[in-house]
Structure formats: structure tokens, C-alpha cells
Ligand binder design. Structure first.
Ligand SMILES: [Fe+2]
Ligand SMILES: [Fe+2]
Length: 324
């Protein structure tokens, strides 16, 4: 019920911020490093690209429906589509809130502009997905607990780096994976065309995380970094459980859950590799996280269903930690 209250169209939000900070005049005339200046320009570029590529969701949906007709999805796929895209709908709502929070919290002009641009995109994604689901006569239902846990963690954290990592580099890649696999399945031409547009926008949102997170990580102490990695591991754990929960729906849509998970995993790891590259440090910083993902994945998608828990645990443990 929490998510319907938290993310429902009329529900209250428990996240409040007061705007009492002084005007940061010094950020205008401060001597900034060349590197910071360059980064700011790149991030401003995300804002300008977003502005140049704005599309009208109402017009697009109308055009697609007049071209392909009102969506008419096979009965065995209709329920699964509603279940999966219910998560996407409320995920878009969370992304809209989180990017609005980010635009307030970030102090770097470029990153702030990129976050505002994202909030604008996410509002469009939300209303387009809402209107599309209305065509399918979707009725809001409570989200799976693993999904609501992830969205709540990212929405409620006051920790800027966690918010950025959670939304831009963990939730966005999962959404991109679902879009890609659903498009590949060619389930509904209207939905596939909408997702084409969503995907282009989402890749800009990932770029904000890759470009700005390194700066935040560089400012962290070792202890803060360890806590940060533990938080990430908890979130990954919930993500894998969330995908497992959707297993039946994904199969009904012709999607192999393990293949989808591995695609999402690769996307997330690629983001993390790019973050370390931006930081100019060894990519092994993420090694514990990679091991956690591999272990959880082996346990969750364990192939031999007859094996008991102890056997599954020991085999998975050996396969992951017995190798370097
Ligand atoms: Fe979105
Ligand atoms: Fe997004």
C-alpha cells in the first residue's frame, strides 16, 4: 500500500526539503579547476541535448494509435504487460521525484541543469505511460515489495551519491533493459514506438550519473565508501529478487529472465567501469559488488531445482568465490 500512497497520483509525499540555503554567489566567481569546468560543460550539454530532442507525448501517442489502432494485445500477454509496465509507470514517477530532488541538491550548475532536464523528461514519460496504460484499462495495484523497497530507498535517501547511483546507474539500466526486451518481442507496435523514444531520453539520464558520481566518490572517506558499497549491494539484492518476482510475466512475454538480468547486469557494470575510468582509479573498487551480484544471481536462478538450499548455497559460493 505504501507505494500507492507514496507514488500514487493523489498520495502524499513524505520527502520534504526546505529551500533555505543562501544564494551561492561564490560559485559564480570561484576559480574552478579546468577538469571541473570541462565536466560542467559536458553536463550542460545533456541539458541542451534534452531540450533539442523534446517530443510531444500527447501527439505521439495519438499518431501511433491512429496509425496502428488501439492496442490489442493477446489475452495471455495483457496481464504480464500490465504488471511489468505498472512498475515502469511508478518507476517513472519515482524518477521524476528523484530528478527534481537532485536538481535542488546538486550545486554544480551543469549537473543541476542536467537534472532539471531529466525531471522534464520523466514527467513526460509518466504521463505518456499513464495514458498508454489507460488504453489497456489498467487499474493501479500494489507493487511487489522488492520494487517498492528500491524506489523508496532511492527516493528517501538524503545522501546525494546514493540517490545518483541508485537512480541513474541502477534503476535506469534496468528500465532500459526492459524496454529493449519488450521492443524486441514486438508485442504491440504502439508500445514499441513509445519505448524507442523513452530509450533515447533514458540514456541521457545515465550520462548524468557517469559524469557526476566520480566527483562525489572522490570526496568520500574510506569508511563512507564502504558504507556506500554496502548500500549498493542491498539494492542489487532487491533488484535481483524483483526480477525473480517478475519471472512468470517475463516468460509469458517471451523474455528469458536470466538473459534479461545478465543484460541489465552488464549495463550496470559498464556504468560502474565508466565511473572508475572518469575517476582515474582501478576498477577493482567494484569487485566486491561484482561478487555479490554473481552470488545472488547463481542462487536466484539456480538451474537444478531438485538441489536443496545447502547444496545450492555451497555450489554457488564455490563457483563465485572459488575463482578470482
Ligand atoms: Fe523515464
Ligand atoms: Fe530516466
Amino acid at each position: 500500500m505504501f507505494l500507492l500512497q507514496q507514488f500514487g497520483p493523489t498520495g502524499p509525499s513524505s520527502v520534504t526539503y526546505s529551500c533555505n540555503m543562501p544564494i551561492p554567489y561564490e560559485t559564480f566567481r570561484n576559480l574552478v579547476s579546468h577538469e571541473k569546468e570541462k565536466n560542467e560543460t559536458v553536463l550542460e550539454g545533456i541539458y541542451h541535448r534534452g531540450q533539442n530532442n523534446i517530443w510531444n507525448g500527447q501527439e505521439l501517442l495519438k499518431e501511433l494509435v491512429s496509425k496502428h489502432g488501439t492496442p490489442n494485445i493477446d489475452s495471455e500477454k495483457l496481464g504480464p504487460i500490465k504488471n511489468v509496465f505498472s512498475i515502469i509507470l511508478w518507476g517513472e514517477y519515482a524518477a521524476w521525484n528523484v530528478s527534481s530532488q537532485l536538481s535542488f541538491m546538486l550545486d554544480d550548475y551543469g549537473a543541476k541543469m542536467a537534472a532539471v532536464s531529466q525531471a522534464h523528461d520523466e514527467a513526460r514519460h509518466f504521463y505518456v505511460m499513464r495514458d498508454y496504460l489507460r488504453l489497456l484499462e489498467y487499474e493501479p495495484q500494489e507493487l511487489p515489495s522488492q520494487v517498492s523497497y528500491i524506489l523508496r530507498e532511492v527516493c528517501e535517501t538524503k545522501h546525494l551519491a546514493r540517490k545518483l547511483l541508485g537512480m541513474q546507474l541502477m534503476i535506469e539500466p534496468i528500465a532500459l533493459t526492459i524496454f529493449r526486451f519488450v521492443r524486441k518481442g514486438n508485442i504491440d507496435p504502439v508500445l514499441s514506438s513509445l519505448l524507442d523514444h523513452f530509450e533515447i531520453d533514458e540514456s541521457r539520464h545515465v550520462a548524468l550519473g557517469i559524469k557526476h558520481l566520480p566527483r562525489l566518490l572522490k570526496e568520500m572517506s574510506r569508511a563512507e565508501l564502504v558504507k556506500f558499497l554496502f548500500w549498493q549491494a542491498r539494492l542489487i539484492n532487491a533488484e535481483i529478487s524483483g526480477l525473480k518476482f517478475l519471472e512468470k510475466d517475463l516468460i509469458a512475454l517471451g523474455i528469458d529472465p536470466l538473459e534479461a538480468f545478465e543484460f541489465a547486469e552488464e549495463k550496470q557494470l559498464e556504468c560502474l567501469r565508466l565511473v572508475t575510468q572518469e575517476m582515474g582509479i582501478n576498477k577493482n573498487i567494484w569487485k566486491p559488488i561484482v561478487k555479490v551480484i554473481q552470488f545472488k544471481k547463481k542462487m536466484t536462478f539456480y538451474p537444478n531445482k531438485q538441489d536443496n538450499l545447502i547444496k545450492r548455497f555451497s555450489i554457488s559460493l564455490f563457483e563465485v568465490f572459488g575463482t578470482t
